[in-house]
Design a protein around this ligand. Structure first.
Ligand code: PMP
Length: 397
């Protein structure tokens, strides 16, 4: 049976990572993969998470299944982190949150749940968006449309075009918006723009579908959730997919959540029940470990403070590397202005290079970035920065 299966083209990012590993150039730099790295190019277990793990292991007495939607305490803490402690929808019990096995599972669960509610639903995705949004959502049969998002001339959000396209999104449609730290372009919505989109949703009836994979990496834990909190306060329904892979460094543990804000508290248990029934048909029960670490950190004030300062330090490092890259290239007298990198948020930016220039970075300098010229800023550190600045300014000459 299986000999009929064709071999698929390898994932371009994984291919680049492997190529970089084989490269013997001591100056090689890998800016392809979207994971946080510290100054020594390492993705560490965060100190608060390490400590939570010790405490959790000491207190764990059983490996029996946990509640399928996550423990009550986990859900409570996650709701507070995403929506803020005193959010009206939370007070009104209008948020159905369930644990999900990472942001990816959350997105897939959301799409399946949406399809149960409305088999004709359509999701509008930003152009560009994170490439994995397509298979995660479209594999459920949901229709996908694109809205313009990034203007490569101004290196910022093409908000007018976005709004005029989304005038066509109406009831039965969902608009997927990146909460902060847009992947791949790093250009985020302003608070004013979130408010304008909220008015548009009020007017036309589409439901925001917000993906938050980088809370705390943009402006702050609270500011990065601004759009979620504002829309959930002013609209009857909002879908929120959340990942703890980046801000807790829990990548392989698969921890995240799905929240659906509903208009009436009576719908909350039904939506939870339906979401869990969807999960039952895919993986049945979520893994406990990653969620337990998040719960332990968020439930203990000492660990929570430690985690806050670690997230802040990660963000500050990213911001510092953004500035250092833009300023470092400028200091070499480069004609091309890269100052936009300083105005963007999170781990990603497009350098705006041609495919030939991206290729030259790799072949002439062993600097590995993906074809679209998206860089993962977390791969930059004071050690490789001067070499990187020189390489970029040479290829754009
Ligand atoms: N959404 C976006 C925009 C992402 O960049 C990612 C991670 N790369 C995710 C969701 C999900 O990540 P995970 O499944 O690892 O939690």
């Amino acid at each position: 049976m299986f000999e009929t299966l064709p071999t698929l083209v390898p994932d371009p990012i994984l291919g680049l990572v492997a190529e970089c590993k084989r490269d013997n150039n001591p100056n090689k730099i890998d800016l392809s993969v979207g994971v946080y790295k510290d100054e020594s190019n390492h993705t560490p277990v965060m100190a608060a998470v390490r400590e939570a793990q010790i405490r959790y292991l000491e207190s764990e007495t059983s490996k029996v299944y946990q509640p399928p939607g996550g423990t009550e305490n986990f859900i409570g803490k996650v709701n507070e982190l995403i929506f803020g402690e005193s959010h009206p929808a939370l007070k009104d019990n209008r948020i159905a949150t369930v644990q999900a096995t990472g942001g990816c599972a959350s997105l897939h669960l959301a799409a399946k749940l949406i399809m149960r509610a409305n088999p004709d639903a359509k999701v509008w995705l930003s152009d560009p968006s994170w490439p994995n949004h397509f298979p995660l959502l479209s594999s459920t049969g949901i229709n996908i449309e694109l809205y313009p998002y990034y203007d490569s001339e101004s290196h910022s959000v093409s908000f007018d075009k976005m709004v005029s396209t989304l005038e066509n999104a109406g009831a039965g449609d969902l608009v997927l918006i990146h909460a902060s730290c847009h992947n791949p372009c790093g250009a985020d919505l302003t608070k004013e723009q979130w408010r304008i989109l909220t008015e548009l949703a009020q007017k036309n009836g589409f439901v925001p579908f917000i993906d938050m994979a980088y809370q705390g990496f943009g402006l702050s834990l609270d500011d990065d959730a601004y759009g979620i909190r504002y829309m959930s306060e002013h609209l009857p329904e909002v879908v929120v997919c959340n990942s703890f892979s980046k801000n807790f460094g829990l990548y392989r543990e698969r921890a995240g959540s799905l929240s659906v804000v509903v208009s009436d508290a009576q719908q909350t248990p039904t939506v939870m029940n339906q979401a869990l029934n969807v999960a039952r048909g895919i993986y049945s029960m979520p893994p406990a470990h990653g969620a337990a670490l998040v719960e332990t950190v968020l439930s203990n004030p000492d660990l929570r403070d430690m985690w806050h300062s670690e997230v802040n330090a990660m963000r500050e490092r990213i911001v510092a590397m953004r500035s250092a890259l833009a300023d470092g290239i400028a200091a070499l007298g480069c004609d091309r202005d890269f100052s936009f990198i300083k105005q963007q948020f999170g781990m990603f930016s497009f350098l705006g290079l041609t495919e030939t220039q991206v290729d030259r970075l790799k072949t002439d300098y062993s600097v590995y970035i993906i074809k679209s010229s998206r860089i993962s800023v977390a791969g930059i550190n004071p050690g490789n920065l001067p070499y990187l600045c020189r390489a970029v300014s040479e290829v754009v000459k």
